[in-house]
Design a protein around this ligand. Structure first.
Ligand SMILES: Nc1ncnc2c1ncn2[C@@H]1O[C@H](COP(=O)(O)OP(=O)(O)O)[C@@H](O)[C@H]1O
Ligand SMILES: [Mg+2]
Length: 348
């Protein structure tokens, strides 16, 4: 996929561009499937870790609506939320996983809708002290005989014939995630009228006087994870930036020279340094030494990018406190999992 993205940056003939679009679409589809299946496997083997904290429902809904805007516009579906930032309840949830849950429901509601249709998102608090989020659509609905199979993995209830892209795993994963957060997910549907998916999660108790921040300004939002990329090659630089733009909350700072990288690291104290070993001014190992010798930067994890994968040079560096290694050409998934792991380690 990285290389398809690189191809796209060239001047391509119309047909070539279409071919690259197909490769990328297929690649993204496969990547989504892999991500979802891996998540399900993690849940089943008890390897998925959640950080349950108070999260403002409105904040999550706002983010999801924004993420869906381009798809909704293309599908001519109006997405409306009555979840108000002013008096929205907080739930006890893992923020990132809750975004994934709401995103799956809203993107289904858009996908299985009709042109001119609408999606309504609302939220209230139940008498049992739970928060209920409802996502309603004006799609074709789900047939009564299919209702029992909606949450089965790989079951698309015949949607494969509709030409609509999908894997049939999204709702199975969504239900697993909700249940891991001590919640429930159910659906009500009237054929030809529409469906409503309802998530219930425990209300978070927020002490008086404490205000939860939102991602859109304020405190307490998911902190930004800053990656300093030290790379001379413009294309690789652009590729890494594009790949990391898939991860909300990740910001890339770039340096093309070793000296500049050291200065940037001292000044901005990034959470991770991705260091190419071949730089125009000094060797990557010099940058590594300078970062390691300065107390300001010594504790920043560094991962090296190197074309000489597995070579002795990298092995020696790994012995000197290098946190990880990525072979070039860069594999998108390897890059993402390295950044995800570094991010998990800092809790950002
Ligand atoms: N809002 C909805 N309206 C109608 N059918 C839906 C809706 N959401 C999901 N479905 C049906 O449930 C199936 C499973 O959903 P999901 O697991 O998200 O898989 P996918 O979207 O990849 O097909 C879909 O293929 C579709 O047939
Ligand atoms: Mg889906």
């Amino acid at each position: 996929m990285g290389f398809s993205q690189l191809l796209q940056m060239d001047e391509l003939a119309v047909q070539q561009n279409e071919a690259v679009e197909h490769i990328l679409r297929g690649g993204r589809h496969l990547l989504d499937l892999i991500d979802e299946v891996l998540d399900i496997a993690r849940i089943e083997t008890g390897h998925l870790e959640l950080a349950l904290r108070p999260v403002l429902m409105a904040d999550v809904v706002t983010e999801v609506v924004e993420l869906n805007r381009p798809i909704a516009e293309r599908a001519e579906v109006a997405v409306q939320s009555t979840v108000d930032l002013g008096d929205s309840p907080a739930v006890l949830a893992d923020r990132q996983r809750l975004v994934q849950v709401v995103l799956n429901l809203v993107s289904n509601a858009v996908k299985y809708n009709r042109p001119g249709g609408r999606v309504d998102i609302s939220c209230d608090t139940t008498s049992e002290g739970r928060v209920r989020l409802a996502v309603s659509d004006t799609g074709q609905g789900i047939r009564p005989e299919d209702m029992g199979r909606v949450f089965e993995p790989f079951n698309r209830l015949g949607a494969d014939q509709s030409g609509m892209e999908g894997t049939g795993v999204g709702l199975a994963l969504t239900k697993d995630l909700v249940e891991m957060m001590h919640g429930t997910l159910r659906v009500e549907s009237v054929p030809e009228v529409g469906s409503t998916f309802i998530v219930e999660l425990p209300l978070a108790v927020v002490p008086d006087g404490v205000r939860l921040g939102t991602r859109h300004g304020g405190t307490g939002s998911t902190p930004t994870f800053r990656v300093l990329l030290v790379e001379e090659n413009l294309e690789s630089l652009e590729l890494v930036e594009r790949v990391l733009s898939r991860r909300p909350g990740v910001v890339v700072l770039a340096a093309m020279h070793g000296r500049m990288a050291v200065d940037l690291a001292r000044e901005h104290h990034p959470d991770l340094v991705l260091l190419d070993l071949t730089l125009p001014d000094v060797a990557g190992s010099v940058v590594l030494d300078e970062l390691g010798n300065d107390p300001l930067t010594a504790n920043i994890p560094v991962a090296v990018l190197s074309a000489v994968a597995g070579g002795g040079q990298v092995r020696r560096l790994l012995g000197r406190g290098v946190a990880g290694q990525l072979a070039k050409p860069i594999d998108v998934r390897a890059l993402l999992s390295l950044v995800d792991a570094a991010r998990a380690a800092t809790g950002k």
